[in-house]
Design a protein around this ligand. Structure first.
Ligand code: 6CS
Length: 274
């Protein structure tokens, strides 16, 4: 479904019409449980399930997937390697300049992983900032890079990793003292890592920075406003009839806590008003 319409049939050549004709949409994702990931050859996750439900309503029943590093999702979309990013990506004003986000599908906060017993007593990003010897592994392109620095963490304390498993490997091997990602991301990754050497900081204090809580959404190429409008219309129906809450819960989120309040819009978030 990706790329230019070369059919030359003189028909409706919008991307939406192309997807409907092919019955297939190509999604970009970064293998991050529980947002969008592959398991047993199947695409799973809250963002994937919500997008699947929306596209089914639009008459597009098949999903093709393109695995990408998180930091390459936006450039991949710009290069039209996929039709939509379904990664639970947070709507952020700077990102809004490069992609068009759909309306928010979920809200989430942050989590922190440290070595067993939390030997350095880290309970917030400020705790990391206050001890310049502490290092934290963060996925490239993730908002946590900004949140940490907003809380005073020096860039030299931040180690970049390509994906979530690499952030965990850094802490497990002792190369980094901590890693952070969305609360659900690090909880699920800790489960998959199956290690006793690490722990989730239950007493973690959410950073008091712009962008928290985050609102995750699908993201589209800025040329495709018609597709975004169609997506948003069906998404609103699936929020109203409880389907979105159900899909969030089925993926381990709390339907209530992670549901986006009705009065929060992508436009407001992009304008920095939320
Ligand atoms: C789902 C997700 N959200 C954050 C972000 O949007 O940058 C990062 O934590 C990466 N993954």
């Amino acid at each position: 479904a990706c790329g230019d319409d070369t059919s030359g049939d003189g028909g409706d050549d919008s991307l939406l019409a192309q997807l409907q004709e092919e019955g297939k949409v190509t999604i970009g994702f970064a293998n991050e449980e529980p947002y969008a990931y592959e398991e047993d050859g199947e695409l799973k996750g809250a963002a994937v399930d919500i997008a699947k439900a929306v596209f089914a309503e639009l008459g597009v029943d098949e999903m093709d997937s393109q695995l990408s590093e998180f930091s390459q999702l936006i450039s991949g979309l710009q290069a039209k390697q996929f039709d939509v990013i379904t990664a639970g990506m947070a709507i952020m004003p700077d990102r809004c300049e490069n992609v068009t986000f759909g309306e928010p599908e979920m809200t989430y906060g942050e989590g922190l992983i440290v070595q067993k017993g939390n030997p350095l007593g880290l309970e917030s990003y400020k705790d990391i900032a206050e001890n310049p010897d502490v290092t934290v592994s963060v996925m490239s392109g993730a908002m946590e890079n900004d949140y940490l620095q907003d809380e005073g963490v020096d860039p030299s304390q931040i180690q970049s990793a390509n994906d979530i498993p690499a952030t965990f490997a850094a802490v497990e091997s002792g190369r980094a003292d901590a890693t952070t990602g969305t609360e659900m991301t690090v909880k699920m990754a800790l489960e998959s890592a199956g290690t006793d050497a690490l722990e989730f900081v239950e007493t973690f204090e959410q950073p008091d920075v712009e962008g928290i809580p985050s609102y995750g959404a699908a993201a589209f190429h800025p040329d495709e406003q018609e597709l975004v409008d169609a997506y948003n219309e069906k998404l609103a129906e699936l929020k109203a009839d409880g389907t979105v809450a159900e899909l969030l819960e089925a993926n381990g989120f709390s339907g209530e806590m992670n549901m986006v309040p009705d009065d929060i819009t992508t436009e407001q978030i992009c304008n920095g008003e939320v």
